[in-house]
Design a protein around this ligand. Structure first.
Ligand code: PLP
Length: 369
């Protein structure tokens, strides 16, 4: 095995990141605030549009934690969460002593199923517990069925927390993912479509909520010359160094989306003659950043066969997210499942999807098939 390792999703710098970091050093803004933090927030606000206000934070997980706090989630509450997702969508619910209620996916987008969601809300309400929020996720960059989910959220008056960690650059009916929820979150972790090495953001609908988020993220200091606190605070602000990477990455975001979509198109055309392998299509008016290109095979055995063959060739691939309702840590949480996410987990595989994959990398991957 002498060929170079092909990773699932690698960081891909644009070139100007170091320039922004150098500016931070030259001006001694080596702190969790400064011009890069404000610049990065402005870049994101301009990109997202829809009058969004952005607070740059230390992680997407921190953004979800603050989103739940700002929504008023408290100990003993229930929060609906898409089951098919990364654990970071659900963990912050548990930080607050609240209970996640997991809802299964539909097969068109692999995201939260409107019918199951309706069933779950009605059942929780019949049990005397109205859910405090709905955490909906755009898995692998594919938008969830927003109109359907939003209609239910409005009917039952439950706020949506949009987990757009994997979906910066995706659009639903022309509107950017990251602006669809009552509150939305982004992630800039090392393997996301753009990265700051680690980081996240909370997207709000107004300036006051953004300011409240920054207040909580900087230890909840009251206005006073001394340190005074009337609320519990957190240390969740993004550093000015990290934000410099983000400013450089924003310059190349559109290129990164194009490259990831090109990977997907390559897999789709090269794998079309493979028996029983399929890739998920974009429904009309859905635009996915194709963060990860995933295939569905006919069985768990076939998926494992492909994964192990790729591994032999020094190529990283990964099963789809294991649903949260199957995770040992959440085994006692209520769940509303229809079998979709379990089947996806059994038969699905994420292929290398980095924006820096070369034609020869892609050919090496396809040859394995
Ligand atoms: C990456 C990710 C997060 C968490 O973001 P971090 O920045 O790693 O804390 C949350 N939800 C989903 C769906 C993710 O993929």
């Amino acid at each position: 095995m002498n060929s170079k390792k092909i990773w699932l999703s690698s960081p891909h710098m644009g070139g100007n990141e170091l320039k922004f970091i150098r500016e931070a050093f030259d001006t001694n803004w080596v702190a969790p605030l400064g011009p890069n933090v404000e610049g990065f927030e402005k870049d994101l606000e301009t990109y997202l549009g829809h009058q969004s206000h952005v607070a740059a934070l230390s992680a997407g997980t921190a953004a979800l934690h603050l989103a739940l706090i700002l929504t008023g989630v408290k100990k003993g509450d229930e929060v609906i969460c898409q089951s098919m997702t990364f654990s970071a969508s659900a963990n912050p619910i548990a930080y607050l002593g609240a209970t996640p209620v997991f809802v299964d996916s539909e097969s068109k987008t692999w995201n939260i199923c409107p019918e199951m969601l309706e069933k779950a809300i009605e059942d929780r309400m019949a049990k005397g517990k109205k859910p405090k929020a709905i955490v909906a996720v755009h898995l692998y960059g594919m938008p969830y069925q927003h109109d359907e989910i939003k209609a239910l959220a409005s009917r039952f008056e439950i706020p949506i927390i949009e987990d757009a960690a994997e979906a910066l650059g995706s659009k639903y009916k022309g509107q950017n993912c990251g602006t669809l929820g009552d509150l939305s979150i982004l992630s800039f972790n090392g393997n996301k479509i753009i990265t700051t090495s680690g980081g996240g953001a909370l997207v709000t609908k107004n300036r006051e909520t953004k300011e409240k988020a920054i207040f909580l993220a900087t230890q909840a200091r009251d206005t006073a010359p001394h340190y005074q606190h009337s609320e519990i605070g957190y240390n969740y602000r993004m550093s000015n160094i990290v934000a410099g990477i983000g400013r450089g990455q924003m310059e190349v975001l559109d290129d990164r989306v194009k490259a990831r979509r090109r990977n997907f198109d390559f897999y789709k055309s090269e794998l079309k003659d493979q028996k029983n392998i399929s890739l998920i299509e974009e429904p009309d008016d859905f635009f996915s950043n194709r963060w990860l290109s995933c295939i569905l095979t006919e069985s768990f055995e076939r998926r494992e066969e492909i994964r192990l063959k790729l591994q032999e060739q020094n190529i990283e691939s990964r099963p789809l997210w294991k649903p949260m309702h199957l995770q040992p840590v959440f085994r006692n949480c209520p769940n509303y499942s229809n079998g979709t996410s379990e089947e996806l987990f059994e038969k699905g595989l994420c292929l290398p999807s980095g924006s820096d994959l070369t034609p020869s990398d892609l050919n090496r991957i396809i040859e394995t098939f």
